[in-house]
Design a protein around this ligand. Structure first.
Ligand SMILES: [Zn+2]
Ligand SMILES: [Zn+2]
Length: 257
């Protein structure tokens, strides 16, 4: 079995003490590739650094909507530099977050827009975060239609209608730990209707820990539990699910994985 965790924050301080063990446990579980996602400039630098240390670990660089208020010309230039590093696969995570509104919405829109344009200039796909902002995220993305190299709506939390829109736009849907929660019937319907060749699996660790470790720190090895639940919904084996989603990740990230 060959799994890929397409969205992990090994750059979070919760992994500072035992990163080697976390990566080793992932490899032991069949998670051969991990994509570490940046969310501001320091965490993007850290993602690149971690990717350089481990064979199967890659990075994305970008500024999350939470940090949009700090995005200036200097941050932009630093992202451009980082994007040229060897193992950087995408720009992300970027997007809009109206749940926390940690940055003014005006800044969130501006910074999301600037980074979508940057990704296009660089020929890189984008990893998009959307929380309580799904219509607005889709509006911004549609303004860039034809100028997006690839897009995943990571940690998808919408309904089947939104999933249809995302699929029609040619984007991928990222599924996380909540798929293992009993209450996630809406998300199960999304997985059921989503073609197998458009699904990506991700932990978003250290957050969103799947059952049976819910409540503890999440880590890439647990992407297995997400794969198991999706395989169950799709009525296929976990090996088939692993092969399909890993193949999707290779296509999405430009075959570098
Ligand atoms: Zn996110
Ligand atoms: Zn994330």
């Amino acid at each position: 079995m060959y799994l890929i965790d397409t969205h992990a924050h090994l750059n979070d301080e919760q992994f500072a003490q035992d990163l080697d063990n976390v990566v080793a446990r992932a490899v032991d579980t069949g998670v051969e590739r991990i994509v570490v996602c940046g969310y501001d400039v320091p965490s993007s630098e850290q993602a690149v650094k971690i990717a350089s240390r481990f064979n199967g670990v890659f990075a994305t660089v970008g500024v999350h909507p939470h940090d949009a208020k700090n995005y200036d010309e200097q941050a932009h230039q630093r992202l451009v530099e980082l994007s040229r590093e060897d193992k950087v696969l995408a720009i992300g995570e970027i997007g809009l977050d109206f749940h926390y509104d940690l940055s003014p919405r005006e800044d969130q829109f501006k910074v999301f827009d600037a980074q979508i344009s940057l990704a296009w200039e660089l020929g890189l796909p984008i990893v998009v975060h959307s929380r309580e902002s799904n219509p607005e995220v889709m509006q911004v993305l549609s303004r860039h239609a034809g100028n997006i190299r690839g897009c995943v709506i990571h940690c998808f939390s919408g309904d089947e209608g939104l999933a249809r829109e995302v699929l029609d736009a040619g984007f991928y849907i990222g599924i996380d730990g909540p798929i293992t929660y009993k209450a996630s019937q809406k998300l199960r319907r999304v997985v059921a209707m989503c073609p197998l060749d458009r699904l990506l699996i991700e932990t978003d660790c250290p957050y969103l820990t799947p059952v049976p470790y819910r409540g503890k720190r999440n880590e890439p090895a647990y992407v297995k539990f997400i794969a198991e639940e999706i395989a169950r919904i799709k009525e296929i084996t976990i090996e088939e699910l692993a092969e399909a989603t890993s193949n999707n990740a290779r296509i999405f990230f430009g075959g570098i994985l």
